[in-house]
Design a binder for this molecule. Sequence first.
Ligand code: 5GP
Ligand code: ZN
Length: 119
Amino acid sequence: MSVDENCLFCKIAAGKIPSRKVYEDDHIYAFHDINPWAPVHFLMVPKLHIPSLAQAGPEHEALLGRMLVLAPRLALEQGCKPYPEGGFRVVINTGDEGGQEIHHLHVHVMGGPRPWLRG
Ligand code: 5GP
Ligand code: ZN
């Protein structure tokens, strides 16, 4: 299944539910988290519905690689200072015990001056 019509992040990635867009291409959508933990906190999602990192397979290697390589560029654009003084944190919560609430694979990118709300 490429898109799940009941999935919040599928709807956000398709523009059916509004979000504050950070980046978009044919395969990836990035948007600000509605409840940020840090001064910079955005989410990167594949437009393809993958429930979590646990369902990622060899066919997703290029997509996941692109998301990770995109993260530092978007972090800088969103105001994170450069490495090594600045930087950012990347988190992929996976499953209930991993703290995942939305079951569409997403990469949290958090950064900016501390203290942060969490972490
Ligand atoms: P998880 O706990 O699944 O890793 O993270 C889900 C994240 O999605 C949370 O940080 C939460 O604030 C964010 N989120 C949940 N619903 C929405 C929404 O409707 N819009 C946006 N922009 N973020 C959301
Ligand atoms: Zn989805």
